[in-house]
Design a protein around this ligand. Structure first.
Ligand code: ADP
Ligand code: ZN
Length: 726
């Protein structure tokens, strides 16, 4: 911030808009701002919250600048966070204003939470005693400050009784500060007796926290090997140093069990941060993180943008999880940005996974990350026995999807009064509905996707844009009644098949589109853990982190499902998902089994899972990436061009392609139709930019976008650095 003239001070302010840089504002006399101050500034006809940024103000006549309207009474966004915003903006080619916007997510919290008026017992005595008054005084004699309504409620009297006592000077008025969202964690509340392997990893993490320097450790350990237990030791060490800690989890809203684990170790829950948090709670968590009262946050990827002022450790649990990638406005991977955050802040970052991403494995091999391997499940908990079911040899009955082998094991499991889980990563009843007479298929009117039948709701639904329509009685094409058939299975259809085989079993379907949302899901998960279901049929969300002690059989209905698309990451993703799902079984030492129904039992993914030999699988995947110069051996970015009409999108994409400079270390491929060519009525084409590891891919793309055709009409361009699918 510089003063342009002795009389008018000015400051750059980054506003939460697609702004490429901070705008300059005048600082009125007497107003105090520093870089990081959260302010309110005029922007066009309105006022918005923004952050005072670094660097010089633009060379404009300071007299023409509009003044900053207000400075919030809030700790400034620190230097580390501002550098992170600049870094992410540069790396993802996003306007810095849009990155800063992710910090400014709790507008009510920019002002301090007001203190509430309270009452405290004074020396005064009431003129006469009644039964109601006596009850109030008995409650209030503890010397603690009460709110008027709180005291009335506790004493079981009406508030007028309190007012009467107050008028007689029985209470003094005191101000009560905002209540902390969570109690401070107690690092010596309990601690586990670690095994030798666990202790070795914990010791090196503690040393890193102690050294207070940037370092990344990948804890690579099978499900149940104690990764959480081990990183809790690093959390304790950081807390003992007076630091704040951030733990990122992919499905925090559904991992209530994690919060309880944390409580068992530290005597209190961490503060939660995710999109299902009630708005008032969000505001309070944000504020208390900024003020330092919240010491530990367990959050979804957006927690990376909380205004920590004293962060000393980030843990990224399930670091391979695709949920860490945001593909909306700012395209970023929270795992990678957590590493950047640690680098900027100079503190350690811990990545944990039973099935690390190929990227993290390579980083470990190249010595950029330390790798700690935990190879055994803790105590007697055995890994499930795993096997494939060759669907060519054990085909399901006509119209069914469950093989006789799997059904047989389910029957045995029921007989032992243990639980089975059937996993199918497809919501709804059936992925495709067609007319048996004319062959008509039901497609989404605005996406290039088939509609999925949801029989419980009586609807056909598009899983990409949410479009839904009533399932018709007759075919809209040929008008024939009652000839619409469902092709392929979804979880609802599997449930139907299960009920037909096991009518007396208690069956639950779990899927993210279930009515009742997260609350209902939590209840269902709890019910399952308590043994209130015999057979659970679920999509991806049952794969994550839950601990079902009595679950001894996991059946994967269609293990080949994820392998079908031509994506080079398909094998890795399938491996990760199948490992995670089969890891739900046998968490308490009971003998357990995981069965994968597949038409390709010899596929390397199936072999890796069944043999438990992940090393061979990773070696192969890594070699393949290296051979084709795919990440992390090369760099990759997608440029997605979308428009209301196909020709507009295609012609703009072609124009960009023509503008591409020939370079030694960068190649532009395409344009081709994007993996989903039509979403929500917008047609999409994609260029892929493939570059050497050392190439400046951002600089290249920036130049390409500047040289390419001007944006016109409905055309939009989005850059996706490190795309999930390629
Ligand atoms: P992961 O995170 O690798 O899946 P966890 O940390 O959740 O593994 O450990 C699996 C289970 O074993 C948990 O119930 C955990 O409390 C228990 N456990 C792991 N290590 C120990 C230990 N050293 N002492 C006591 N319990 C442990
Ligand atoms: Zn659609």
């Amino acid at each position: 911030m510089t003063a342009d003239s002795p009389r008018t001070r000015a400051a750059p302010v980054l506003v939460p808009m697609p702004a490429e840089r901070a705008y300059s504002y005048a600082v009125p006399d007497g107003m105090q701002v520093v870089p990081g101050s959260i302010v309110r500034v005029p922007l066009g006809p309105r006022e918005v919250a923004g952050i005072v940024w670094d660097g010089p103000v633009e060379a404009v006549d300071p007299k023409k600048l509009r003044p900053i309207a207000h400075v919030f009474d809030c700790p400034p966004v620190n230097d580390e966070m501002r550098r992170l915003v600049d870094w992410i903006a540069h790396y993802t080619l996003s306007p810095p204003g849009m990155v800063a916007r992710m910090i400014l997510r709790a507008p009510e919290a920019f002002d301090p939470e007001p203190w509430t008026e309270g009452l405290k017992r004074s020396d005064g005595e009431p003129d006469r005693m009644t039964a109601a008054r006596a009850r109030v005084l008995e409650m209030a004699n503890d010397g603690i400050a009460w709110t008027r309504s709180g005291l009335a409620h506790a004493a079981g009297v009406s508030s007028t009784v309190i007012d009467g006592l107050r008028a007689q000077g029985v209470f003094e008025t005191v101000m009560i500060p905002p209540r902390p969202v969570v109690a401070p964690p107690d690092t010596s509340y309990t601690s586990a007796e670690l095994t030798n392997d666990q202790e070795a990893t914990a010791a090196s993490l503690r040393a890193q926290v102690e050294a207070d320097k940037f370092a990344v450790t990948l804890i690579d350990g099978v499900t149940g090997s104690g990764k959480t237990e081990v990183y809790f030791e690093a959390v304790a060490a950081a807390l003992d140093k007076g630091k704040q800690v951030l733990i990122l989890l992919p499905e925090i809203a559904l991992t209530q069990a994690f919060l309880e684990r944390f409580q068992n170790r530290f005597g209190t829950k961490p503060a939660e941060w995710h999109s299902d948090l009630p708005p008032r709670m969000r505001e309070r968590v944000w504020r208390q993180v900024a003020e330092g009262g919240v010491r530990v946050v367990a959050g979804a990827r957006s927690a990376l943008f909380l205004p920590f002022n004293n962060l000393g450790l980030i843990v990224v649990d399930e670091e391979h999880d695709p949920a860490y990638k945001q593909e909306d406005r700012v395209f970023y991977n929270a795992r990678d940005m957590a590493v950047v955050r640690g680098h900027i802040g100079g503190f350690p970052v811990v990545l944990a996974s039973a099935t690390p991403s190929v990227e993290s494995r390579v980083n470990a091999e190249q010595g950029k990350y330390a790798r700690s391997v935990l190879s055994a499940r803790f105590a007697e908990a055995a890994l499930p026995q795993l096997a494939t079911v060759d669907m060519r040899r054990s085909p399901p009955a006509r119209g069914g999807f469950l093989s006789p082998v799997l059904l047989g094991k389910m029957r045995e499991t029921l007989g032992r009064q243990e639980q089975s889980l059937l996993f199918l990563n497809r919501r709804g009843y059936a992925p495709l509905t067609l007319c048996r007479v004319c062959g008509h298929r039901f497609g989404c009117p605005v996406c290039s996707a088939w509609l999925v039948e949801h029989r419980f709701r009586g609807q056909l639904v598009c899983h990409h844009c949410g479009h839904n329509e009533k399932r018709p009685e007759a075919c809209p094409e040929c008008g024939t009644f009652d000839h619409l058939v469902a092709c392929g299975p979804g979880v609802e259809r599997i449930a139907e098949e299960v009920v037909s085989h096991f009518p007396d079993a208690r069956t639950i379907v779990l899927s993210s589109d279930m009515l009742g949302g997260v609350k209902r899901l939590r209840l269902e998960l709890e019910a399952i853990a308590n043994g209130e279901a015999d057979i659970v049929i679920g999509t991806q969300l049952v794969a994550k982190g839950h601990n079902f002690p009595n679950m001894t059989l996991v059946g994967v209905v269609d293990a080949d499902l994820g392998l079908a698309n031509g994506d080079p990451r398909a094998a890795e993703r399938t491996y990760q998902l199948l490992s995670q799902v089969t890891g739900r079984a046998g968490r308490t030492g009971k003998k357990s089994l995981g069965l994968l129904q597949t038409f390709q039992p010899d596929h390397p993914v199936m072999r890796a899972i069944v043999s438990g030999d992940s090393e061979a699988f990773y070696d192969r995947e890594i070699a393949e990436r290296e051979r084709s110069a795919l990440p992390p051996y090369g760099r990759l970015a997608g440029i997605i061009v979308s428009a209301a009409t196909r020709p507009e999108a295609e012609s703009h994409a072609r124009g960009l392609r023509r503008a591409a400079q020939v370079a030694q270390d960068v190649h532009v491929l395409g344009p081709a139709e994007a993996p989903l060519a039509l979403i929500g009525g917008r047609h999409r084409f994609r260029l892929l930019v493939q570059a050497d590891r050392k190439a400046d891919i951002q600089g290249y793309i920036r130049a390409l976008l500047a040289a390419g055709p001007k944006l016109r009409g409905s055309v939009r361009v989005q850059v996706d650095i490190d795309p999930q699918s390629f």
